[in-house]
Design a protein around this ligand. Structure first.
Ligand SMILES: CC(C)(COP(=O)(O)OP(=O)(O)OC[C@H]1O[C@@H](n2cnc3c(N)ncnc32)[C@H](O)[C@@H]1OP(=O)(O)O)[C@@H](O)C(=O)NCCC(=O)NCCS
Length: 199
């Protein structure tokens, strides 16, 4: 079982965000209070609410009934979600959340112009081949949008993988985005690329 949802925070009313805040753990409330940017604050409130809604739809319990807490690496868990796993990601004003009966990670990125020099820090030779069509790319050259999209594809697979295993980004080269031993699902929506990884 795997379900995901994506929303633009502009489409969420203040009541929903207040409701999300009111059922957060004290630690999560403190985290929200510390976030300075209004949109980021909304993303964190929205993400947890989306998870609560999906867990509620899956189990029949109310959204407020789930106890959700972050572990020491920041990954969220619930001790009363009937064996369901979940994860959240946001990019700018878009938030996405996933629930699954398997350990799961999700990452979303707006597809936008970026310096492809980043690819050197993120991609293995095999992945560079996939992105640029060569493992000897000229990182200063101009490339068509498809190349940028493929770079974000690799990036989001890796982030979703590290979020799935719960470590956060450790070493981009420690995972093979194209042939790794995990399942991946790609979604393109609202100008964003999303990857969901399950073990
Ligand atoms: C976990 C990590 C991967 C989050 O990445 P991010 O892109 O900043 O954030 P996302 O929007 O995808 O995800 C944020 C959510 O992930 C969840 N999360 C936090 N730590 C997590 C972890 N260790 N494992 C899984 N999920 C985690 C949280 O729910 C968080 O949202 P919230 O606090 O608002 O509830 C981050 O710790 C990290 O390692 N960032 C490094 C990113 C980086 O170097 N990028 C450069 C690419 S070239």
């Amino acid at each position: 079982m795997l379900k995901y949802i994506t929303v633009d925070i502009k489409d969420l009313d203040d009541d929903t965000l207040r409701r999300s805040f009111s059922c957060m753990s004290d630690e999560r409330k403190d985290r929200v209070r510390r976030i300075k940017k209004a949109d980021q604050k909304k993303c964190t409130l929205a993400g947890e609410w989306l998870v609560r809604k999906m867990l509620s739809d899956a189990t029949g319990d109310t959204p407020e009934s789930f106890v959700i807490f972050a572990d020491d690496k920041g990954k969220l868990h619930s001790n009363n979600s009937s064996g369901l796993f979940f994860n959240i990601s946001h990019s700018k004003n878009i938030v996405t959340a996933v629930i699954s009966d398997k350990t799961v990670g999700i990452d979303i990125e707006k597809i936008r112009p970026v310096s492809l020099k980043l690819a050197k820090r993120v991609c293995t030779p095999n992945e560079l081949n996939y992105v640029f069509g060569t493992d000897d790319a000229d990182f200063d050259a101009e490339y068509p949008p498809k190349v940028t999209e493929r770079f974000f594809e690799i990036w989001t697979i890796k982030e979703a993988y590290f979020k799935c295993i719960g470590t956060g980004i450790t070493d981009f080269f420690a995972v093979d985005a194209l042939n790794g031993n995990f399942s991946k699902l790609k979604i393109i929506e609202n100008g964003c690329i999303i990857h969901i990884v399950t073990l």
